[in-house]
Design a protein. Structure first.
Length: 232
């Protein structure tokens, strides 16, 4: 059998209730601040890819319309329970692959990906889909752990990648090659605290740059660059 991919981990299908208990509170604190800082306008349409159990959901203002998609039905069941328990009417969740989004172009004002880019099998493909369904000038918001460029820690976390893949995420994704490969027009990149392992990346969707490039070349170059940890 080949090497396991992060998204194939049973963590996201078998352990949805446990996931909430272990990660829910820690993740929510950071997502709440990120979402509040965006100042989402009334009527805005928001897509959250890999929404899981809906960790972030309490943070969205009720005046926006949020669709959450995920591949794992058990994670989505938990999200549905939360929606029902809270009487939220501004959420819809559906089973869908973030690599093949079933929405027309320019459908959303915001597309969020929280703790997901290191889980999906092909982050570049996911970002192409994210850019396609986000309207021009819309915002793309990513919160994730990226491998540090600091030599010792970077090498150490990369070495852990085969282990963490079994648990459900990869640790060999570097920030700069990711930004270059996805051609994200970055507005802000920051950490919520000095010691945080997580990076918040807010970008404006710029369609022309993305449409003008042959996606095959972009994919092969970027994936190769990311695999090799190149600073392209
Ligand atoms: C680490 S969890 C993050 C969940 C949520 N965003 C959070 O912050 O708590 C990663 C999620 O990505 C989902 N996922 C993995 N591959 C996916 C794919 N190809 N399409 C959609 N969701 C996917 C998993 O099922 C899981 O719910």
């Amino acid at each position: 059998m080949g090497e396991i991919e992060a998204h194939e981990s049973k963590l996201y299908s078998d352990f949805a209730p446990l996931y909430d208990k272990i990660f829910g509170k820690i993740y929510y604190a950071r997502l709440k601040q990120v979402i509040e800082d965006l100042g989402i306008a009334p009527g805005a349409k928001v897509l959250e890819v890999g929404a899981g159990t809906g960790t972030s959901f309490p943070a969205y203002p009720p005046h926006c319309e949020v669709i959450g998609i995920d591949l794992a039905p058990d994670m989505l069941s938990r999200a549905r329970e939360k929606i029902q328990e809270n009487g939220w009417t501004h959420f819809t969740v559906m089973e869908m692959d973030a690599l093949h989004l079933d929405f027309p172009e320019d459908s959303f004002d915001y597309v969020m990906a929280f703790h997901v880019v290191t889980v999906v099998p092909d982050p570049i493909r996911m970002m192409q889909e994210v850019k396609r369904v986000c309207r021009p000038g819309g915002r793309i918001v990513i919160v994730n752990h990226f491998t540090t460029d600091f030599p010792v820690f970077g090498t150490l976390t990369e070495a852990l990648d085969p282990v963490t893949r079994h648990l459900g995420w990869r640790t060999n994704l570097r920030l700069r090659p990711f930004i270059a490969a996805t051609e994200l027009q970055v507005e802000t990149v920051y950490k919520l605290s000095k010691l945080s392992l997580y990076t918040v990346l807010v970008g404006r969707n710029q369609k022309d740059r993305y449409r003008g490039i042959g996606s095959t070349n972009l994919e092969s170059h970027s994936i190769r660059a990311m695999r090799n940890g190149e600073e392209s």
